[in-house]
Design a protein around this ligand. Structure first.
Ligand code: NAP
Length: 321
């Protein structure tokens, strides 16, 4: 089988397409024929070797994927050969023709969802779901600002927040991204590349501030976010790529909170909530993963360059084996 292999941590050029031995599912394991693999920023952090959760070298990257069950090991009852599934973490990595996963790591992919869309389910939608439901404990009467709404997590967050009934503000930094988030039905779109856009967000709330901020770039925005919060508002830090200075009094005077998490550390109970909610939302059409670009597996290096561009996101990047 073909797989992307990393033999040394480094730049995108360490991602090599190689022929490796076929995989066999042991007891409790599932072998999935991967039809599409999702590319996430975290895949690039791991590839550099500078990240909290590092794989052992050599390894095949990729946490997200979708495909068809090829074969199952002894004792597996959740899925059978031929079932459509999405993969949420795996034992062998998803940037490959096949991936080996634990039974608990595969989930039913509804018929109405393409494999390319399925490759964009776990990390983007799992993160958005966890941020809104478990961290923010969002209510339909509230207003959310999705700060970085045009990417994988952002578009997932728009759809989940809209389904919950919130008033949804979103930001993007390009005309393409702004078009996308308007199509995804944010109530108001703001351009985070324009000086002073935060004042317009505050004006849009009548000066009251927003109840929840989902923050994709905390090192740039956290200080200003605190000045946009309503009383009892919460900032949920999802992404950050450096340090930031904040003014604690901004949050004290609002009785606000800064919450943060990584999807790697969710509990089994939270994971069960997430997959139940996501499968239901995919099935009933509330959740519709937006695929921005599809690249062949051999172009994994290019996909890592694309996903780390500072601006210009428009949905998910997926690799097709
Ligand atoms: P993505 O698809 O590459 O999207 C990045 C988003 O950030 C785009 O919407 C982009 O907007 C936006 N952005 C760029 N400059 C910004 C600015 N100055 N202010 C606000 N937003 C800005 O990435 P993703 O998959 O959505 O992930 C987003 C972040 O969350 C990444 O840092 C990722 O590592 C992190 N993340 C964390 C977890 C976790 O467990 N905590 C899970 C998933 C992702 P434009 O391109 O339109 O400018």
């Amino acid at each position: 089988m073909k797989a992307i292999r990393v033999h040394a941590f480094g730049g995108p050029d360490v991602l090599k397409l190689e022929e490796i031995s076929a995989l066999q599912p042991a007891a409790g394991q599932v072998l999935v024929k991967i039809h599409a693999a999702g590319v996430n920023p975290a895949d690039t952090y791991a590839r550099t070797g500078n990240y909290a959760v590092l794989p052992q070298l050599p390894y095949t990257p990729g946490t997200d994927g979708a495909g068809v069950v090829d074969s199952i090991g002894a004792g597996v009852t959740k899925v059978k050969s031929g079932d459509r599934v999405y993969v949420a973490k795996s034992l062998s990595g998803t940037y490959a023709e096949y991936a080996l996963a634990l039974e608990s790591q595969v989930h039913r992919l509804p018929e109405n969802v393409s494999f390319a869309q399925g490759a964009g389910v776990f990390i983007p939608y799992g993160t958005a779901y966890h941020a809104l439901h478990h961290q923010a404990k969002a209510h339909g009467r509230e207003t959310v600002l999705i700060h970085g709404a045009s990417g994988g997590v952002g578009t997932a967050s728009i759809q989940i927040a809209r389904a919950l009934g919130l008033t949804v503000f979103g930001t993007a930094g390009t005309a393409k991204g702004l078009d996308l988030i308007k199509r995804e039905a944010v109530h108001q779109a703001f351009d985070h590349s324009r000086a002073g856009y935060q004042e317009n967000i505050l004006k849009a709330t009548g000066g009251k501030g927003v109840d929840i901020i989902l923050e994709m770039l905390a090192n740039v925005n956290l200080g200003a976010d605190l000045k946009l919060l309503a009383q009892y508002g919460r900032v949920i830090v999802i992404g950050s790529r450096g340090d930031v200075t904040i003014t604690p009094r901004d949050i004290m005077s609002r009785r606000g909170a800064i919450l943060a998490f990584t999807l790697w550390a969710i509990t089994d109970a939270e994971a069960s909530d997430i997959h139940a909610g996501l499968i239901a939302g995919l099935e009933n059409g509330t959740l519709r993963p937006v695929v921005g670009s599809e690249l062949p597996l051999k172009d994994a290096a290019q996909s890592h360059i694309d996903v780390m561009k500072p601006s210009g996101a428009a949905g998910k990047i997926v690799l097709i084996p």
